[in-house]
Design a binder for this molecule. Structure first.
Ligand code: ADP
Ligand code: MG
Length: 343
């Protein structure tokens, strides 16, 4: 039976059953081309390369994130979630520089036997987030591959020489600020694995994390941020990079970090909630070291501008290269760095 007949019988649109190989290279790319005019994009999909015209007074910021079937997702993982996830990681990296995201490029390895629907859903997932931040597809490359491979490159702008880095001059008494959910993603994964009911917010944080692009912009404009990064590998990794490597230590306050929901998930899964916080990662929140003076004003703006995102002072910079947690009972716990290591 031909695809077309099968679809007619089952009531599906024929197009939905199209395989990638049925489209040919031109037809494939043509269907994925949004064909819109975008400010700053002089030449988009269709030529040998894209031409982008950055606004005057801005640097160009570039980041890449790669996902591979079998390593980061499974062959039956919802393709929309794969796209969403990949875009979130890229947007979050741009946010962590305090930059404005603008254009993205896709390098796609795909099995031509797959339904076109599968690819379209990856793009829908990518765009569902990208378009919220006025970020547009500007090109890509496609190869045949048995396993799905997706690499997204995101290009953005930031005011000349203003990008916020990981390395920088910090001082004792600086504040350590966190924006976004902390530990929720790792906890959400445990909720899913153990099929526990009643923790939708954590499951949502794992499946559909939110990149802190707006917060990144406000933090950059405040001019009181010394160093910053996103929380993709856990809080201990962030503290290591932002504070220990810059020659200082961190005193963190459990009072600001403790979360009853996380604690409940930890209890139900025989874990320590601090493990979600320090080693979980993938929350895509922002960790920033900021000057103490002026922070109250900054909080005022952040809390009014951010939808549903928590802004917390989770600690302060101290002398001595160690991470110390002041517990709820006022005792002190030294945290070993054991953030997630890729290799
Ligand atoms: P080349 O052979 O010069 O690499 P391609 O045929 O790969 O050219 O690409 C032609 C155009 O289609 C380019 O503008 C490229 O950016 C775009 N393109 C290729 N693959 C994709 C894809 N998967 N998604 C979006 N655009 C793509
Ligand atoms: Mg090519």
């Amino acid at each position: 039976m031909r695809n077309e007949d099968r679809c007619r019988i089952s009531g599906y649109r024929y197009e939905k059953m199209l395989k990638i190989k049925d489209l040919g290279e031109f037809g494939f790319i043509n269907r994925l081309n949004p064909k819109e005019t975008v400010t700053g994009l002089k030449l988009g999909i269709g030529d040998d390369a894209a031409v982008i015209s950055p606004p005057e007074g801005f640097d160009v910021v570039i980041t890449t994130d790669m996902l591979m079937e079998g390593k980061h997702f499974l062959s039956d993982t919802n393709p929309y979630a794969i796209g969403y996830r990949s875009m979130c990681a890229n947007l979050s990296d741009i946010a962590a520089m305090g930059a404005i995201p603008k254009f993205y490029f896709i390098s796609l390895g795909i099995d031509p036997e797959r339904d076109f629907d599968y690819v379209e859903n990856i793009y829908n997932g990518l765009n569902s987030l990208a378009l919220q931040f006025d970020t547009h597809l500007a090109g890509g490359d496609t190869i045949k591959s048995e396993k799905t491979v997706l690499s997204i490159t995101l290009i953005g702008y930031v005011e000349k020489s203003m990008a916020i880095k990981r390395e920088g001059k910090i001082e004792a008494k600086d504040l350590i600020v966190y924006i976004g959910p902390l530990g929720y993603s790792g906890a959400g994964l445990e909720v899913i694995k153990n099929k526990i009911d009643g923790f939708d917010e954590q499951v949502e944080a794992f499946l559909y994390p939110y990149p802190q692009v707006i917060a990144g912009r406000i933090l950059l404009q405040s001019k009181i941020v010394r160093v910053m990064m996103d929380n993709s590998d856990g809080l201990s990794n962030c503290i290591e990079n932002l504070i220990i490597k810059n020659g200082f230590g961190a005193l963190l306050f459990e009072k600001q970090i403790f979360d009853e929901r996380l604690d409940a998930i930890a209890e139900a899964t025989n874990k320590d909630y601090l493990d979600f916080v320090f080693n979980g990662g993938e929350d895509f929140g922002l960790v920033a070291v900021v000057e103490k003076d002026g922070f109250l004003d900054l909080t005022y703006f952040l809390e009014r501008a951010l939808f549903d995102s928590k802004v917390k002072v989770i600690g302060e910079v101290i002398e001595g290269e160690k991470i110390v947690l002041k517990r709820l009972n006022d005792s002190f716990l030294v945290i070993e760095k054991s953030g997630y290591v890729q290799f």
